[in-house]
Design a protein around this ligand. Structure first.
Ligand SMILES: O=C(O)[C@@H](CO)OP(=O)(O)O
Length: 231
């Protein structure tokens, strides 16, 4: 049956500098490019042939997808970019250094902001500097849809329509799908696919660049989950 491969983008410049990133469109670091290549090599070694690719509208995920697909000679497959796969929006935390924020607000508060299921970060207003409402790539969205900050719950709520309308039907049709996206949009999707509880999802982490491969039965129950080595 069909395979789904999730790839968190390779290390970004702000992963490297330890800054909250969210919807800020930062690039891959050199290490991130190497991780994306290694992901593509692992996919090639395992002989996975894709039918469709999905990614976000943020360059760290788009580039990871392209670099990985180039390595396994599948750059030609149909590809869809959507804001629904963006990283969770980190609100007013975006751009701040995570360590300095923990020193200011306490490690416990920062852990809650980063990993709780339903606590929102401090929100950005539509008129604030850096608000996505000013970004042309979201111009076709209903302004009420553009977040000022998201928790994992809200992130999952905007990922689910993409899953239900586009990805699940392709998998049910036996097509192999690759999704290159972000730590938290992929944690949200994994929660849904694996039916992980609100409490347990706090402990799920996605490594940069590492392909996570799901095999499904014909009702989209998970038969197998495997992480490919990229070291
Ligand atoms: O800053 C972010 O956007 C994310 C991913 O890098 O961080 P965290 O893992 O802390 O949720």
């Amino acid at each position: 049956m069909a395979k789904l491969v999730l790839i968190r983008h390779g290390q970004s410049e702000w992963n490297l500098s330890n800054q909250f990133t969210g919807w800020v469109d930062v690039d891959l670091s050199e290490k991130g490019v190497e991780q994306a290549k290694a992901a593509g090599r692992a996919l090639k070694e395992h002989g996975i042939q894709f039918d469709y690719a999905y990614t976000s509208v943020l360059k760290r995920a788009i580039k990871t997808l392209h670099i990985a697909l180039e390595e396994c000679d599948q750059l030609w497959i149909p590809e869809f970019k959507t804001w629904r796969l963006n990283e969770r929006h980190y609100g007013a935390l975006q751009g701040l250094n995570k360590k300095k924020t923990a020193e200011k607000y306490g490690a416990e508060q920062v852990h809650i902001w980063r990993r709780s299921y339903d606590v929102l970060p401090p929100l950005l207003k539509a008129t604030d500097e850096g608000s996505a409402a000013k970004d042309r790539r979201y111009a076709n969205l209903d302004p009420r849809t553009i977040p000022g900050g998201e928790n994992l719950k809200v992130t999952l709520e905007r990922v689910i329509p993409l899953w239900q309308d586009q990805i699940a039907p392709k998998l049910l049709d036996g097509k192999n799908v690759v999704i290159a996206a972000h730590g938290n949009s992929l944690r949200a999707l994994s929660k849904y696919i694996e039916n992980i509880s609100d409490a347990d999802i706090m402990n799920l982490e996605m490594a940069t660049g590492q392909p996570v491969v799901y095999d499904f039965d014909d009702k989209l129950n998970v038969l197998n989950k495997e992480k490919y080595d990229i070291d």
